[in-house]
Design a protein around this ligand. Structure first.
Ligand code: RIB
Ligand code: CA
Length: 310
């Protein structure tokens, strides 16, 4: 029985690879994509989500959600993802339609319509949609099987400020709601995604697939990695969001600890920091499986095999 998931996303080249990995994997039933403002404004993240569904040749419904954080102005990341959010390769405008219902209402209705413990939420961007759904319909929180999200950082620090990772930084109030919700949480922070670095041979292997998906993934990675290699001097780009989907498919690829993680929402200096009690010094109740390690070879083997199916 495939695992039912909803992917909440702000595409974003790495979101795109995560979505393609999910759509290529029969172990997962992607009920829908819900777009949120993040890397680029909502008008573009919802359009990009539809472009990705077209590229995969699927009919997965796409919903548009919140166009700004709960209480703060939107911060975007065109400097990383380009003006369109999917820079790297020109792709045709989407033919796949946008669903008329608001993504938050879709999330609420879907969780209410399914038995408890059957739906996993996979947020790949700021947590505005998820937090809004949980606030508007608290009854759905205990029905969530698991939330597996990309966000945060501890040993690795931040990537948008010295203290904060982008997804959490954009909407720290939303992250605070989700991290305090009580829903089972698996977190893929920069500590692990910065170890999931692409390599030249892997990118060329994608191009060598000779498929539209292989070409797109190679081109997106070429574009996306320029930011990280310039900043970190790393060889390759961190494929952040695909770590969420890879965990669902092969959890043994990852290692981490079940610890307490709280979100800074008060200090401007450390706003959006995921304060991870890795050494259990606070006595605060653990609320998240916080990942720190990944089998990079295994991760890319899985990606190559699955993306080769599209
Ligand atoms: O900090 C990395 C995260 O921010 C990724 O999800 C990327 O897509 C952006 O949303
Ligand atoms: Ca993202």
């Amino acid at each position: 029985m495939p695992r039912k998931i909803i992917i909440d996303t702000d595409p974003g080249q790495d979101d795109a690879v995560a979505i393609l990995l999910a759509l290529a994997s029969p172990e997962l039933e992607v009920l829908s994509l819900t777009a949120v403002a993040g890397n680029v404004p909502l008008a573009l993240t919802q359009k990009n989500a539809r472009i990705i569904v077209d590229l995969a040749g699927r009919q997965t419904p796409v919903y548009a959600g919140c166009d700004r954080p709960l209480t703060r102005p939107l911060v975007t990341a065109e400097h990383v993802h380009g003006k369109t959010g999917l820079d790297g390769i020109p792709l045709p405008d989407p033919t796949h339609p946008l669903q008329p219902q608001h993504a938050v209402d879709h999330i609420i209705d879907t969780l209410r319509a399914h038995p408890a413990g059957t739906i996993t939420l996979c947020p790949l961007g700021p947590l505005t949609n998820i937090a809004t759904a949980f606030t508007r319909a608290p009854d759905i929180v205990p029905k969530v099987a698991e939330i597996v999200l990309m966000g945060g950082g501890y040993f690795e620090g931040g990537n948008i400020t010295p203290a904060a990772e982008f997804n959490i930084y954009v909407d720290p109030e939303a992250a605070d709601i989700v991290f305090k919700s009580g829903a089972p949480l698996v977190v893929m922070p920069l500590d692990v995604t910065h170890k999931a670095l692409t390599s030249r041979p892997w990118v060329e292997g994608m191009r060598a697939l000779g498929t539209p998906v292989g070409q797109a993934v190679a081109s997106w990675t070429d574009f996306f990695e320029r930011f990280d290699t310039a900043k970190y001097g790393s060889e390759g780009a961190p494929l952040h969001d695909p770590c969420v989907i890879a965990y669902l498919l092969q959890p043994a690829l990852f290692t981490g600890r079940h610890i307490n993680v709280e979100i800074e929402t008060g200090s401007e200096l450390t706003l959006g920091m995921t304060v991870a009690d890795w050494w259990h010094v606070t006595g605060r109740e653990p609320n998240a499986m916080f990942m720190g390690g990944v089998d990079r070879e295994g991760f890319y083997r899985l990606l190559t095999e699955r993306l080769g199916r599209l």
